[in-house]
Design a protein around this ligand. Sequence first.
Ligand SMILES: [Zn+2]
Ligand SMILES: [Zn+2]
Length: 232
Amino acid sequence: MAEILTFYKLEEALSKDGCAICRLAQEGVEAFLDDLIYERVNDYGTRDAIIKAGGFCNRHAWQLVELGGALGIAIIYENLTQVAMKTIRSKSDGWEKAGLLRGRHKKNGEALRTALAPKAACPACVQERDVEKLYLEALVSALSSDEIDHLLHPGNALCLPHFRQALRLPMSETAYRKLLDWEFSALEKIDGELKEFIRKNDYRFADEPMGREGDSWSRVVALINGEKKCPG
Ligand SMILES: [Zn+2]
Ligand SMILES: [Zn+2]
């Protein structure tokens, strides 16, 4: 059942333009953060994982803010603030009382830096990696048969970061060939559009109307570097 649902979601993501894995990872992490902030703020395990990670990475912390849920964020970050204060105080007080700080602030700073460093990965990044892996595996498996062939076109090829991730996975030769053809066709198409965009920006051809190539300069960024917020 879970496999069918995964395949269905993959199919749905492939029906739109842009990298399907970027979209699915983004949706997956959004659902995770949403659930966390509205349902699991007071859950001990969740709180512990967040504290070990020193909060979220910058990308996911701001995604959390964008999602809203002010009270949940306030509760989590009040906790993180307390932990940071406790760490700073324990280092400085301990050294001060032992008379060790005098002239040794550099060493103290180093110990404090280590104590403040995250001890685990950002929980949302962990979730994101799991989602990417799940759908990339489903994708290469589907490429071995002909079940998604009709959905593949240059406009929905993987971004290069996800293409590189896909190449790490074990796959059949059929899947490998399709993956390469799909990616190459996307690069070839956007390259043609970029050339046309650059040509039409020449004053000699400036009166020619802009066509599909008009936004090729932003679509190529998504293809080469991933969609906005792509974990890369
Ligand atoms: Zn992607
Ligand atoms: Zn993260």
